[in-house]
Ligand binder design. Sequence first.
Ligand SMILES: CC(C)(COP(=O)(O)OP(=O)(O)OC[C@H]1O[C@@H](n2cnc3c(N)ncnc32)[C@H](O)[C@@H]1OP(=O)(O)O)[C@@H](O)C(=O)NCCC(=O)NCCS
Length: 218
Amino acid sequence: MTSYPLFDVRVSTPTLELRGATDDLLGELAHLVRAGKTHADPPPYDDPISLYEPDPDLRVAKWMRSIWRGRGNVEPAKWRLYFVVVVDGRPVGMQDLIGVDFAALGTVTSFSWLSVDERGRGLGHEMRAAMLHLAFEGLGAKEASSDAFVDNHGSNSISRALGYEPNGSDWATRLGEPGLLNRWRLTRANWEQHRRNDINLHNIESCQTYLPLTQNSH
Ligand SMILES: CC(C)(COP(=O)(O)OP(=O)(O)OC[C@H]1O[C@@H](n2cnc3c(N)ncnc32)[C@H](O)[C@@H]1OP(=O)(O)O)[C@@H](O)C(=O)NCCC(=O)NCCS
């Protein structure tokens, strides 16, 4: 066990593993961030985000700082579990699970990126399914949401395939330019219909202890 038990939370599927994003794992992932392997065209992320920083070394520094900040903010209104996606021992991307008013509403959202070299062979779908299994099966979530720019075909296809329903649209900027977002919502009942029996959760007791999952938790 590490000195920060949330780092020990893991989700494994037949093809990949979500591992708690320790500094060692972030260090292994940093070369992908430095090399711009997080990029996509059209730009997929809404502002502000470290991944749009043009200077490669500064991009890595800002990316790490944002993760350190996010780890340190554990409040009932918002907490975030950062996971590194590992395939055959190789870190290839990130899949984060974000609690939004979880204690009161049971709602989560997510964020992800996969190295450009690993896209298009089902890993994006698999890592989202793993995150949802942790949220619904492990933490008892009631609903998951996801937003993606209308031209982010990968993310929108994954949401549709996993049973999310359209939930309107919204505006955000990316690199300073306005863009329309699709909003998606996955209810617990719809997740149940896509529930998998080949995804395993490890050390999730830490979540009950160290995250404010109920109204009574501190
Ligand atoms: C979104 C992302 C994680 C998807 O990962 P991926 O491994 O390429 O996705 P998959 O291979 O699992 O594909 C899932 C579906 O999207 C479709 N898809 C993926 N990329 C696509 C593209 N560029 N154009 C059209 N369809 C695409 C696949 O055909 C598949 O559809 P299907 O289930 O109907 O066959 C990856 O593209 C990525 O990291 N993008 C940049 C960051 C990002 O957009 N993050 C999410 C929003 S913040």
